[in-house]
Write a protein that binds this ligand. Structure first.
Ligand SMILES: *[C@@H]1O[C@H](CO)[C@@H](O)[C@H](O)[C@H]1NC(C)=O
Ligand SMILES: *[C@@H]1O[C@H](CO)[C@@H](O)[C@H](O)[C@H]1NC(C)=O
Length: 193
C-alpha cells in the first residue's frame, strides 16, 4: 500500500469510527452490560412466598396508622373518599401483635373510590429478619377492603429484592369496627435473585 492509499484508508477508518460513536450505544449516558456483572444470573432467579400479618393500629397512645388527611366534610360519602393514612405498621409472623416482628409496612393508604371502601395502597415492606434485614419490597395497588382477598402488585424492591416482581394477597384476619384496628394476613409471591 502506498503512503497516499494508507492515509485514505486511515481517514476512512476514522470517519467510520466517528459515525458509529454517535449512535446511542456508546455514549457515557447509557451502556449495555452483562447481567451477570450484577449477579442477575437468570438461573438464580427464585420465587419466594412470604406470609406475615400486617397490623393497622389506630387506637391507643402509640398508633402506627395515623390519619393525615380527612375526607372533605362537604362530600356525602360513606366510603371516606379522600382520606389518607400514613402507616408504619408492624409485620409479624403470627396473627398476634406479640409474635415476632419481621419488618414494617411503611407508606400510606388513601380512600380512592366513591362507590365502595377501596384504598390505594402505597407501601414498602421494610424487613429486619435474617438475611432480609434492610431489604424492601414495594407494593402499589388497589385494596377494596371488604373483599375477602385483595390482590396488589409488587412493583419492585431493594437489596435482595432488586428487580423484584410479583403480587401480594391480603385477607382481613380481624377488624375492630369500634376503634378501626385491623390485622390483615399478607401472602406475598415474589420473583427475585
Ligand atoms: C347523603 O346520601 C344519602 C344516600 O346516598 C342520602 O339519603 C342523604 O340524604 C344524603 N345526605 C345529604 C346531607 O346530602
Ligand atoms: C438489621 O440491620 C441493622 C443495620 O445494619 C442493625 O442495626 C440491626 O441490628 C439488624 N437487625 C437484625 C434483627 O438483625
Amino acid at each position: 500500500m502506498s503512503p497516499q492509499h494508507f492515509l485514505i484508508f486511515f481517514l476512512f477508518l476514522l470517519s467510520f469510527h466517528s459515525l458509529t460513536s454517535i449512535t446511542a450505544q456508546d455514549t457515557d449516558f447509557v451502556h449495555q452490560i452483562d447481567r451477570n456483572l450484577l449477579g442477575l444470573d437468570m438461573k438464580k432467579e427464585k420465587l419466594s412466598h412470604f406470609k406475615f400479618y400486617w397490623h393497622d393500629i389506630q387506637s391507643g397512645q402509640n398508633p402506627t396508622s395515623v390519619r393525615v388527611v380527612s375526607p372533605p366534610l362537604n362530600l356525602n360519602t360513606t366510603t371516606l373518599f379522600g382520606l389518607v393514612n400514613m402507616i408504619d405498621n408492624p409485620l409479624t409472623l403470627g396473627p398476634e401483635l406479640s409474635s415476632k416482628v419481621v419488618g414494617k409496612a411503611q407508606g400510606f393508604y388513601a380512600s380512592a373510590s366513591q362507590s365502595e371502601v377501596g384504598l390505594l395502597m402505597a407501601q414498602n415492606f421494610a424487613f429486619i429478619e435474617g438475611k432480609y434485614n434492610g431489604s424492601t419490597i414495594t407494593i402499589l395497588g388497589r385494596n377494596p377492603v371488604f373483599n375477602k382477598v385483595r390482590e396488589m402488585p409488587v412493583i419492585g424492591g431493594s437489596g435482595l429484592f432488586r428487580f423484584a416482581r410479583g403480587y401480594a394477597e391480603a385477607t382481613t384476619h380481624v377488624f375492630n369496627y369500634k376503634n378501626g384496628d385491623a390485622t390483615v394476613e399478607y401472602n406475598v409471591y415474589v420473583f427475585h435473585y
